[in-house]
Design a protein around this ligand. Structure first.
Ligand code: ARG
Ligand code: AKG
Ligand code: FE2
Length: 343
């Protein structure tokens, strides 16, 4: 994996920047911060900026870890019980949120899904009791099967960022890719065709909806998004699993939510081949508090190993950002040029 290690003076620089921002902004969701973040990110330590730029431009590996940012476990307080209780202003993790968001801003622009976690930009990923056995980031007892994030969505992002706030049992994030794998050319050809129906993962379904605020227009847009998702759930659209460069093609799949019809055995066999190839090379990495992981969501899949949650405020806690390289690709689904929520 590609690693960027902050030195002591890098940390001091980043801390000073974050401390000054924490006096001006109360949340990374503040539209004024979102507007300024790209400019402010240029005040991060040079080695960090250079590393993230290299990761973005040369695609050296599907994973990039930024290590060395310190976290005061007491100051961030207990791991919350549900994301609906901890978004927006007043988070004890404001400093960590700001640092994470600025790093992300060197790769692209974070976006929010109207259908995920109340339309927040910054998601929380910790175990939620009612989700123990679900295929959700908030699950725990089940292996979170590997996936491209939001694979079903035409506007899924280029990167997924995960910042580790705590991970007391060293639970592994899993990752896989096509690196070192030579798929037969006829299989690749089939995988490049739109023959693979995919359903939305459960995190976008109305069953997980909490948000109902906002004006009339906002509610209508949100209703429309949920309708689109449930339509897709009932009638999955066939997508291509591979795209882009002939060698080292990009990936788009979430096998748990994909089923090829019996009428297309050739496609079923091709999907089976790539899933087995990626499965054979799955690796794991246990994020440490303060580490930020950026996953290249075109090049690598990821998931999470099962664990037993405690539900006592000491559980594993990550935050998550979805980062787009080109906001314009989703412009038709956002309310203004600089709005971040995709409807
Ligand atoms: N294979 C899967 N489990 N896919 C769904 C991944 C979890 C989803 N991204 C979430 O936010 O909860
Ligand atoms: O918990 C992890 O390490 C990964 C979670 C994940 O894949 C997700 O939330 O989509
Ligand atoms: Fe994920």
């Amino acid at each position: 994996m590609f690693r960027i290690e902050l030195t002591q003076s890098d940390v001091a620089e980043a801390d000073a920047l974050v401390a000054s921002l924490a006096e001006r902004y109360r949340s990374v969701e503040d539209p004024a911060f979102v507007r300024e973040a790209t400019v402010i990110a240029h005040e991060l330590p040079r080695a960090l900026r250079a590393g993230l730029t290299e990761f973005r431009l040369t695609e050296p590996h599907p994973l990039c870890v930024v290590g060395g940012y310190p976290i005061d476990d007491d100051r961030i307080g207990p791991t919350p019980a549900h994301w609906k209780d901890c978004g927006g202003e007043g988070r004890p993790t404001l400093a960590e949120d700001l640092f994470f968001y600025l790093c992300a801003s060197l790769l692209g622009d974070p976006i929010a899904w109207s259908t995920q976690q109340d339309g927040r930009l910054l998601h929380d990923v910790f175990p939620i009791k009612e989700h123990q056995y679900e295929q959700l980031g908030s699950g725990s007892e089940e292996l979170l099967t590997w996936h491209i994030e939001d694979a079903f969505h035409p506007m899924r992002t280029d990167y997924v960022g995960l910042m580790c706030l705590r991970n007391p049992d060293g639970v592994n994030t899993t990752y896989g890719s096509l690196e070192g794998i030579d798929l037969p050319t006829d299989v690749v050809e089939v995988l490049r065709q739109e023959r693979f129906p995919i359903r939305p993962d459960r995190s976008h379904l109305a069953a997980n909806r909490q948000n109902d605020d906002g004006d009339e227009q906002l509610r209508r847009l949100r209703d429309r998004s949920y309708e689109w998702i449930s339509g897709l759930d009932a009638n999955p659209e066939p997508i291509a699993v591979l795209f882009g460069p002939q060698e080292n093609p990009y990936l788009r799949l979430d096998p748990y939510f994909m089923e090829v019809p019996a009428s297309d055995p050739e496609a079923a066999a091709a999907l089976d081949t790539i899933v087995k190839a990626i499965d054979a090379n799955i690796a794991g990495y246990a994020l440490k508090p303060g580490e930020v992981l950026f996953l290249d969501n075109y090049r690598g899949t990821h998931g999470r190993e099962p664990f037993t949650a405690r539900f006592d405020g000491t559980d594993r806690w990550l935050t998550r950002l979805n980062i787009a390289r080109d906001l314009r690709k989703s412009r038709a689904h956002r309310r203004s040029a600089d709005a971040r929520t995709i409807y």
